[in-house]
Write a new protein. Sequence first.
Lengths: 981, 443
Amino acid sequence: MNSQSYRIGIDIGSTTLKCVVLDDNNKIIFSDYLRHFSKIAESLNIMLEHIKAELKLNAKSKTKISFSGSAGMGIAESCKFPFYQEVYATRQATNLLYPETDCIIELGGEDAKILFMTNGVEFRMNGSCAGGTGAFIDQMANLLNVDVTEINELASHAEKTYTIASRCGVFAKSDIQPLLNQGAKKEDIALSILYAVCNQTITGLAQGREIGGKVLYLGGPLTFLSKLRDCFDKTLNIKGVLPDNSLYYVAFGSALLSEDDINIDDIIDKVKNYRNNENFAYQSPLFKDKKEYEEFKKRHDSDYVQTLELKGYDKPLYLGIDAGSTTIKAVLIDDEKNIRYTKYLSNGGNPVTLVKDILNEIYAINPNIVIKGSAVTGYGEDIIKNAFMLDYGLVETMAHFEAAKKFLPTVEFVIDIGGQDIKCFKIHNSAIDNLFLNEACSSGCGSFLQTFASSLGYSIEEFANLGLFAKRPVNLGSRCTVFMNSAVKQAQKDGATIEDISAGLSISVVKNALYKVIRASSKDDLGKKIVVQGGTFLNDAVLRAFEIELQVNVIRANIAGLMGAYGAALAAKNLNLEKSTLMDKEQLKTFKHEIMVTTCQGCSNHCRLTINKFDGKRTFIGGNRCEKPVTKKVVNNDLDLYKYKLDLLKSYESNKGSRGKIGIPFALNMYELIPFWTAFWSELGFEVVRSDVSSNELYHKGQNTIPSDTVCFPAKLVHGHIIDLLDKGVKDIFYPCMSYNVDEGRSDNHYNCPVVAYYPEVIKVNVKKLGENSVRFINPYVGIHKKKFFAEKTYEKLKEYYPFLTLHEVKQATKAAYKAYQEYEDKVRTEGERIIQKAREEGKMIIVLAGRPYHVDPLINHGINDLLSSFNVAIITEDTVAHLVKKMPPIHVLNQWTYHARLYEAANYIKDKKDMQLVQLVSFGCGVDAITTDEVRDILERNGKIYTQIKIDEITNLGAVKIRIRSLLLAVKNKEVKHVG
Amino acid sequence: MSDKKIKLKYNKQGRLLFTKQMKKEYTILFPMMAPIHFTILQQVFNHYGYKAELLTSTSPEIAQTGLKYVHNDTCYPAILSLGQLIHAVQSGNYDVNKVALMISQTGGGCRASNYIFLLRKALKKAGLEKVPVISVNLSGMEKNPGFHITLPMIRRAIAAVIYGDLLMCLKNQAEPYEKNPGETEKLVHSWQDKLVQQMTHRNGFKFKDIRKNMDLIAQDFAKIELVERKDVVKVGVVGEIYVKYASLGNNCLEEYLRSENCEVNLPGMMNFILFKIDNRIEDINLYGGSKIKKFVCRWLYKQCEEMQKSFNYSIKHFTKFQTPATYAHVKELVKGVNGYGNKMGEGWLLTAEMLELVDAGYPNIVCTQPFGCLPNHISGKGMIRKIREMDERANIVAVDYDAGAPRVNQENRIKLMLSIGRENLVKEMKKEEDKSKENEVTA
């Protein structure tokens, strides 16, 4: 017995600590796990004592120990315990337990891994951006207001799935929220979430390598969620295995790797004496002492709205509802603007039921209530207004502005940090002037703090308050949620306390808002009169961090979390109605809500519609991008240049061609060059086969060959277009590299961006099918900018593939190509002129929807042009006005990209046009636009114009876009009124 | 000193110029990238009468300053190098009215060409618009009356680069094996000082001098006493030029790898320079263009190539260390994998360097890139699959660097790469042992 040795393997991941003890025969004689709530040393100690007692170990027992897992790195290093990387440990375990395995899929708290064990061993871990996985499912469960295990239960009753962005947790969230608000079923969403995780893992990690053979599922999420395993099985068309001890592979491998003897008491001593280096970047504390905090408290307590009794009150009342992304808030006010009722509920997935409950409660408290006005704002505005027949719906920004004015009539800047989004705007001439919304990527915000608090076992209030007197708030940077998660991990490793982390997170939330969303560098940017609101600011730590960062005292009302609803109530009051149309007590009793899900056949977008029927008569449709399914009318997009351009480009067809077929992907720079290359190849006697217009199916076809998961969506789409061409049976695909674009003579240089320029190189080496079935991928470097040399140089390069070509032919083709391009340009410009003229005749606003030529792709722009059309405005593109600028004033960036030069000119052109506005489309991850957006904004704002930016990616949520557009239109209208008045 | 106000002059576009008067009175700050190279480079500027000062600050506030004044979606190198500059100006260590900033501008299609504009925007935001900014470039962009890049200056700068490359190359090969810890580091410093000394005395620039110095350096390094260490993992580092070299940008990657018992191979800067010159020639080959321009580029190319030749000669002749691959060789390796027209950022050179490293016995590679680096989507991450296909020894980890990307995640991924590297090393050693045993048996 005494000769028996005990090999202890410890695996400390982001959330749990797992332990395995092996005997000499590699048999598990002990295994256990516990959540460590970031108290690594304490938890480890508990575990070790537990082992000692359970296995009756003493100083004489032969023990060995070894560590693994990202959160174990710090303690192992400092206590000088051996440490093995977790993927490596997993492999050791698998080699022993399941040697015939071909591939392992392991999901952990924050990591996702795929290990290819045969045919070229390869280990893949998710990149720093692709967070998600276990933590992601936790967050989603939170959003649905269910337990993680319930997700599995729900998913097994699903009937349909929705497409949820599969890249990053934050994106997925912004997909799910609107679905919830539109009334989609929780069951369906649950399954969609699991599929999203599955897709994310496969696209992010497989990168074109096929997953097959014997597949092993490891890690928490795959162990506990059988439906998630089903998703993988179905998607990969395999039958994966969940082995025994699937949670403990890392710990097992780690135990196997342990070598040196060390007795248990020494281990425990070392852990007890463990002091980490406490070497992390930190900032000054939020409060020096209690006294400073008391003063701060006193100052803010003066911004106060009274709450009075609702029971028995018989004078007029006004109802405001804010159906937000994660919460529902309701407020009743009286004529003196006092509050008579408030409700704050977390949006557990169905806003309609919640509002019904709220109304019932109100009618129960005061059966003789007199409601003279009702208004709703927020993501759920439409459905709630429709369901309960409210009088008025208003855009969130207006609601917040209304409320802010109550506390500070001369307010200059309002910032609202809610659960899901940050909204802030400037007020100029008592109108909303400049709106900032957080991009889908940097959400984080309130729900981030919330999730974090609960993962550490605190309520959000407790958690935030912990930070108030932290000595050394951790410096966590100002990035998106996923990054912060890992930054916290780092801080823990370095020995930051919970208090330091709490304070650091509060500061991060503020920095995120200021530097990512608003892009402010000093308080002067925001003005002096600032009102802060949103539930997040109820945390004194966040509020304090904000004041410190800006070095200015701001106003926070006691109802900071209810400002949207309060503003809506104020708006309802301002309607001055005799009686509200709001559903009364009797009507509410018979209220019925039915949901149906269907796919719209109105156009090629094929939106997934959720049809809500109320009381069997009122219908509300969600998920639509245009008004077609609602009004049954075709959107009038006669004044939509996006549509015109797409139709025009689609119309380019070549003749049959005697010399064979040549395929061209309808993507990136080839978009605008379709006329050019179609003419070129037709003239040479080839039949040009163009890939289809992008669709989700097309995208998915190529999704698994994308090597870089952080490249922009338009580039990712190219993979699908190439596969599409192959599916069409084309043997020769032409997709040239182009460092330079057309030289329009309007900028310092005429480059393409690096991704556009060289994406053919990525395609060439990553799309395996290009090397099969005698397919030829033709991607020479061509110089379209040098017309003089073009024919000769291109001839040299094409000769290699088509020896029968003559220089003369290529010269003719070149002529035809440039001519066709010119004609295309003329057509677009002429149509632009027509639209401008017609819009002016009809008195419509003209919006320059500025981006890149390939933003015309409906999958890239998500039908934003249709959405705009539904607001009754005319849409033109940047290239229809850019050329009208005769002399471009100097700009403050190096103007060296052809497409981007057009943006600056378009901005410059509209700067003094009263009826024109510019909305810039920016693809997420576009590096170049970090430069262009600031400059375009600058050109516009210097000239008193409003700058609006819309970030687009795989996501299909148009909710945020709607807010932006509505706010823009409202602001413009207000400006006009001011002007006339 | 004179309290006389210096007159600020602007060009027609409203750009603040660096005047001759400023040349006399202003300190010119420039951001750190590769410490050995840049320390010597600093002397080149000072040789021509500028008061150039290389910033060596490393405080975490640098990134924060960058984030505050530069668009957060901009690449990390911009945030750091601009952050470092502004942080220095705001530090109080310099007279704000007597300081100018200097930054390189490549003029390529990558965002890096715009750093200088971002810097001006940032200065404006920080209320420092009176601080002049000097562009260092070879494309004739942004001229200043008080700052000129001349051909002799370029030659001297190239000398600084070649010295830096040599010291770095030898140091990296000697240090992990040195018998007396610290000996290599000391030698590097002593040569760094010696070269700086020479340069302040206007020596060490001529081709003849360079050759002589290189021989002497090689001889000195050959004297370092080495011991055999079979457990050292050989790791190559490639990537976007700033995060590849700057410890500020890559969380002290070199130091970390050294602490993990690795020999680090950082391909030198000379190939990057040759690459940038060659790009101009390739451009003309691909798209047509001026014959004179091509001729000038060829001349410059030849000069650098010559220097590279004697660089390799010195190593080969005087030491047992490995010589780095020549530009021509590296270029040949990448043929058919990534086109020669791919020139933005590190372009095809990045792919080529990975291929070369695998070839040269450094199959374990860290491919560093700023988060969202555009050219690296293509030539870095985009090519890894292909490289592995071509040579399955390749063990590459791509690591993103960013103000928010925490070190623990980066190190965890690097650790994985190292575990595999170590395992391969053990396998290799075993193979060798078996072989030698076999030989014994047959003998």
